[in-house]
Ligand binder design. Structure first.
Ligand SMILES: [Cu+2]
Length: 110
């Protein structure tokens, strides 16, 4: 049959066409709230006994908070072990049981 072969490219093009919208949708997928993003901060006070940390922080997008100095709880007391006043840090804060809590923390590389 003479027409069979020329039809194949057309069929292939139609199949590729159905893939189009799928790949566009994939492009629109964005990470959800920036809860895992690290924010900049500077340690102002370390309270090991209370498990609290005073941080002068930049904007916290996930908490909708402007830059300020405030007290956070820390998820793990060990997070305070290597910190001292004046340290520059990168951290993630989340609201845990109604309390602003540092859930991730690392020292910023100078
Ligand atoms: Cu704040």
């Amino acid at each position: 049959m003479k027409f069979a072969k020329p039809l194949f490219p057309a069929v292939a093009a139609l199949m590729l066409g159905t893939l189009g919208p799928w790949s566009i949708a994939a492009d629109k997928v964005q990470p959800t709230a920036a809860a895992s993003a690290l924010s900049d901060g500077e340690v102002k006070k370390v309270d090991r006994e209370a498990g609290r940390l005073t941080i002068k922080h930049g904007p916290l997008a996930n908490l909708d908070m402007p830059p300020m100095t405030m007290v956070f709880r820390v998820k793990e007391p060990a997070m305070l072990d290597q910190l001292k006043e004046g340290d520059k840090i990168k951290f993630t804060a989340e609201k845990v049981n109604g309390l602003y809590t540092v859930t991730r923390l690392e020292k910023a590389q100078p």
